[in-house]
Design a protein around this ligand. Sequence first.
Ligand SMILES: NC(=O)c1ccc[n+]([C@@H]2O[C@H](COP(=O)([O-])OP(=O)(O)OC[C@H]3O[C@@H](n4cnc5c(N)ncnc54)[C@H](OP(=O)(O)O)[C@@H]3O)[C@@H](O)[C@H]2O)c1
Length: 346
Amino acid sequence: MTRRAVVIGATGQIGRVAVGALARDGWEVTALSTGGGRDDGWPEEVRIARADRGDDDALAAALGDGCDVLVDMVAYGPEHARQLLGLADRIGSAVVISTLSVYEDDKGRNFDTQAEPDGFPEYPVPIPESRRTIRPGDTSYSSRKAGLERELLDGGDRLPTTLLRAGAIHGPHCRTPRELYFVKRNLDGRPRRILPYGGASRFHPASVHNIAELIRLAAARPGSRALNAVDPDAPTVAEIAAAIDTVMGVETRSVLVDGPAPSPAVGDTPWSVPVPVVCDMSAAERELGYRPVARYAETLPETVAWIEGRLAGGRDWREAYPKMFATYRDLFDYAAEDAWLAGRQA
Ligand SMILES: NC(=O)c1ccc[n+]([C@@H]2O[C@H](COP(=O)([O-])OP(=O)(O)OC[C@H]3O[C@@H](n4cnc5c(N)ncnc54)[C@H](OP(=O)(O)O)[C@@H]3O)[C@@H](O)[C@H]2O)c1
């Protein structure tokens, strides 16, 4: 019997891999995105749908008579949960991408409080899914994701949904690649990089390949649950930088700083957190029979190659990665970096 999957956000970094994995696993897949694109690696049978998921009629039309599983990469708030629950009579189960930033520590600190004095959350290492989550709200990315989760889990009797709490996602086609921080420095011949917190920060990465594997397994084993979605390893930022150097064949010296980045423009890498953010994957192993398919360093060559391709010909990173520029503005202030390094030597 043919099983049908509809994937919303199919041409994004996760979607490209997940659509291929589902199709090769025997699913009849409809790949939905705003632009209606297709990945070269997808089997021919994958169907394409072009729709804005914010348009209820367009989404319902793409669903047609319905599907066995709906995979949603771009659900951001409770309104998307309600939209999916409203279509529950036509969807067997769902797999929805959430984020580890829904977690809160014992003092009520979370990613939304990190800019406050002593506001960075101190989580257990590793974080289990039973860790408390922030109050749903409309004020931030994380509180909206918490609202999305709450409504979908509450509606589990109507639409069993697996929520995947992803870490720092990496892979080709990423629109906000953290790896750009070191790849561009290497392309620009920067001999030194400044790493706060002694280079020991750990912010758990999540390969698109591991997330796609979790999606494939969850699609076959519907349930109402939230599961972490991260790599088997959580390298330090110094290890990440060194691994990128190895892939690019360069040698760079790390200048380690005790404590936080000297300024937002100096050493504030996208992974530089004061205390570890590392998640536990044993629930997915137990519930889905999950086994990781990729380790961080193994997947780096394709990620680095993708970034190098986007920057080829000296292309301005702000044009190549507009979403990255909007999120992290001060990533490459070399003048500020050099001034700080010169001051340190003086
Ligand atoms: N980046 C991270 O480190 C991180 C961490 C934790 C969780 N997450 C979660 O990861 C998810 C994003 O996944 P991703 O990185 O694979 O996405 P992505 O690479 O940014 O791609 C987004 C995909 O969604 C499609 N899309 C965007 N808006 C749409 C709409 N209104 N209707 C239909 N399709 C739409 C895009 O279509 P076009 O290609 O045609 O534009 C594209 O296929 C989000 O839920 C985010 O919260 C990300």
